[in-house]
Design a protein around this ligand. Structure first.
Ligand SMILES: Cc1cc2nc3c(=O)[nH]c(=O)nc-3n(C[C@H](O)[C@H](O)[C@H](O)COP(=O)(O)OP(=O)(O)OC[C@H]3O[C@@H](n4cnc5c(N)ncnc54)[C@H](O)[C@@H]3O)c2cc1C
Length: 467
């Protein structure tokens, strides 16, 4: 039983009754193989698109959001560079020319493996979807390592709502600092803490610093935005640990040049309204007063993974990722595949290319078997690692491809080219170029809109759920 929040009615407990209408059980058409995909992110969309042109397959994507989110650029929405539509085009629009694909908005609550049916709800409407093959690409959420109460004070950045909330919180701090006459409070409002020095934390710290030091220059009268203190902290001894010491060191230098205070070996002990409590490697515990705290320190796989693992005997790792077979299937279930951030396969990284390659592999496998290929001898999936990259600030990025490492301006140009190429849609690419041009040449950002509702919506919803 799950708490259901109705848009147009009171909150009621949502229970699966088994009487939900099945949305894809047309008895007049049993000739088609029903592929149901959960999630419209990198993995789900790649899988769906791979079926394009197959008349013998009916694809149903069930996702809790109506958009395909390009998560790597969320931080640019949070810091006012890009608009929401540029990184989150409608999935329905992306797939409108693919006749065999249907998009259904819904939160999947339960998957009944034995009866090959999943149950979902959308507002106060609940429904069932039957499948012949199931691809689950439900991604991952933020992990607070058992301290979920930190979330309300230090939101993570996984969704469009998170990015808009963070944008409103960041800008709201400058606005409040402009009017307060209390010096200590002003200092607290102008202190921004980013927890987690992985790619997202580094990108976020760089952009908050750029906002304070460049974009907002001359736009306030009582405060100087450049007085803002931007602190990036991590329990690890290194910035960007997966990039190694050399590139991590360069990223740190670039951040510090840009005015970011980097604090390593610093373990967050507590987060509250006023600030953050940190324990250093010496054992000393200290407080940093800060109004705006941003969490980018850990991931937890979608709970749908554990739910399926419990029914099939699959193992789950500490981050909730399911240990799948080498063809992404679950033990004893040749027609259920889990891909992307919610799986652990050979410890390959939770990145977009892994999800996309997994989606295409699984779709090809299903297609080949429909064409008569053997189901007993499946060729294992092999991940093609294209390398990793992260921007630090304007003109500065780090790129690692195998043993090849590069940093600075050339790396930044490479980052720009790759992100432009992978954004969905010509219009979005064009708009991104315009926005990046404005930012780099004129220190301007077109998306500095913020609202009270974006800033406080999470708290209101949490209170609603508590009732
Ligand atoms: C801030 C940030 C920056 C990143 N930067 C990079 C980067 O620079 N390079 C890179 O390669 N990777 C990056 N990543 C990681 C990359 O975005 C993920 O690896 C990738 O999105 C995983 O794809 P996925 O399909 O597994 O999940 P996602 O893309 O997260 O998609 C999950 C989908 O499932 C849906 N869903 C979840 N639960 C349910 C449910 N119960 N019912 C219905 N639908 C559900 C969601 O709405 C969504 O559509 C970044 C991630 C973040 C958060």
């Amino acid at each position: 039983m799950v708490e259901q929040t109705n848009i147009d009615g009171p909150i009621e407990p949502y229970t699966i009754t088994g009487n939900e209408p099945v949305i894809n059980d047309d008895p007049s058409d049993t000739s088609k193989h029903r592929v149901v995909i959960v999630g419209s992110g990198f993995g789900g969309l790649a899988a769906a698109q791979q079926f394009k042109g197959r008349d013998d397959v009916e694809v149903t994507i069930v996702a809790r959001t109506g958009h395909h989110l390009f998560q790597p650029l969320l931080y640019q929405v949070a810091t006012g560079i890009l608009s929401v539509g540029e990184i989150a085009p409608s999935t329905r629009m992306i797939l409108r020319d693919q006749d065999n694909a249907r998009v259904v908005l819904g939160d999947v609550e339960n998957i009944d493996v034995e009866n090959q049916t999943l149950y979902a709800e959308m507002g106060h409407v609940s429904f069932a979807v039957e499948y012949d093959s199931l691809v689950v690409a439900a991604g991952a959420g933020q992990s607070y390592f058992g301290n979920d109460h930190f979330e309300v004070y230090a939101p993570g950045m996984k969704t469009i709502d998170d990015a808009l909330e963070l944008r409103s919180r960041i800008l709201g701090c400058f606005e409040q600092a402009e009017i307060t006459e209390d010096e200590d409070e002003r200092r607290r409002l102008l202190t921004f803490i980013i927890v987690g020095a992985g790619p997202t934390g580094v990108e976020m710290a760089g952009q908050v610093a750029e906002l304070a030091h460049k974009t907002l220059t001359d736009s306030f009268r009582a405060i100087n935005p450049a007085d803002a203190r931007v602190v990036l902290l991590d329990a690890a001894p290194l910035v960007l640990p997966p990039f190694g010491e050399n590139l991590g060191g360069k990223a740190r230098q670039a951040l510090e040049k840009f005015g970011v205070e980097v604090q390593l070996n610093a373990m967050v002990q507590n987060v509250d309204y006023d600030g953050i409590e940190v324990k250093d490697s010496s054992g000393e515990v200290r407080r940093i007063s800060a109004s705006c705290k941003i969490w980018s320190a850990g991931v937890a796989a979608s709970p749908l993974g554990k739910h399926l693992a419990e029914q099939t005997g699959a193992e789950v790792d500490r981050a909730g990722r399911v240990m799948v077979n080498e063809d992404f299937s679950l033990p004893g279930q040749k027609n259920i595949f889990l891909i992307g951030d919610m799986v652990n396969l050979n410890n390959w990284p939770g990145v977009a290319p892994f999800a996309q390659q997994g989606g295409r592999y699984v779709a090809k496998l299903i297609s080949n078997e429909l064409d008569g290929a053997s189901t007993t001898q499946r060729k294992p999936f092999k991940y093609f690692d294209k390398g990793s990259m992260a921007t630090v600030s304007r003109y500065s990025a780090v790129v690692k491809v195998g043993k090849f490492e590069i940093s600075g301006f050339v790396a930044w140009v490479m980052w720009l080219a790759v992100h432009l190429a992978t954004l969905v849609g010509f219009r979005n690419r064009f708009m991104a170029i315009v926005s990046w041009g404005m930012q780099v040449n004129g220190n301007r950002r077109a998306q500095l809109t913020s609202t009270k509702q974006w800033a406080y919506g999470r708290q209101a919803m949490m209170r609603l759920e508590e009732k």
